[in-house]
Design a protein around this ligand. Structure first.
Ligand code: SAM
Length: 192
């Protein structure tokens, strides 16, 4: 048995070629992406959000799993990175790309509650977790990765990750499972 995905978004290879040209190496890996697609498929008609679009690899996986009536909002500060995502995925009517800082976006969002949040930058993960969780519907899924120590992390990052993991057991608004999956640790939680 192996744990490689048996499905793959059609746009992913082109996105990753453009990512390599940009020198962008932070896209989610395939096994994480397949999990995102599977979780997205479990939320028909759901509104979903990704904080930190990067070049759109995670969005491609989410869209692969989403039903035709799903909606995805993907937020990113870096216009060059997000332009790659828009080029490859922007014609899909289910997705809206927002060029915004996730902190500011958390302040201004007033749309429907989310069925799934994939948080891939600091706001909504290492700070403002409650603000993010308050945007989830009951039973809404919360997914973060990049929790496995990396040699490239700045020295102040491990304490941030440790504090994030340590506070989970005291949360009454999230029931999560931390998993070592592929080369990442991730957390999948449900809003309670
Ligand atoms: C790990 S990468 C995202 C990868 C993408 N989610 C995927 O799965 O392929 C993190 C991204 O978050 C963006 N970012 C960092 N801080 C941000 C913030 N405060 N608001 C929005 N985007 C941010 C970075 O520019 C970077 O492109």
């Amino acid at each position: 048995m192996h744990d490689r995905p048996y499905f793959r978004p059609a746009s992913l290879d082109s996105i990753l070629i453009d990512a390599a040209e940009l020198g962008f190496a932070m896209s989610c890996e395939d096994r994480t992406g397949a999990l995102l697609a599977t979780l997205a498929a479990s939320k028909p008609g759901g509104h979903m959000v990704e904080l930190g679009t990067g070049v759109g690899a995670g969005a491609a996986w989410l869209l692969h799993g989403m039903r035709p009536d799903g909606h995805l909002t993907s937020v990113e500060t870096d216009t060059t990175r997000q332009a790659v995502a828009i080029e490859h995925l922007g014609r899909d009517p289910r997705v809206a790309f927002e060029n915004a800082d996730a902190d500011a976006w958390l302040d201004m969002y007033s749309g429907p509650p989310f069925a799934l949040a994939y948080v891939d930058c600091r706001p909504g993960k290492f700070h403002r977790l409650d603000d993010l969780l308050n945007l989830l519907e009951p039973g809404g899924l919360y997914i973060v990765d990049d929790l496995l120590p990396q040699p490239t992390w700045p020295s102040d990052h491990q304490p941030r990750v440790d504090a994030f993991l340590a506070q989970l057991s005291e949360r009454i608004n999230l029931l999560g499972t931390v998993a070592i999956w592929a080369s990442v640790w991730l957390l999948v939680g449900a809003r309670t």
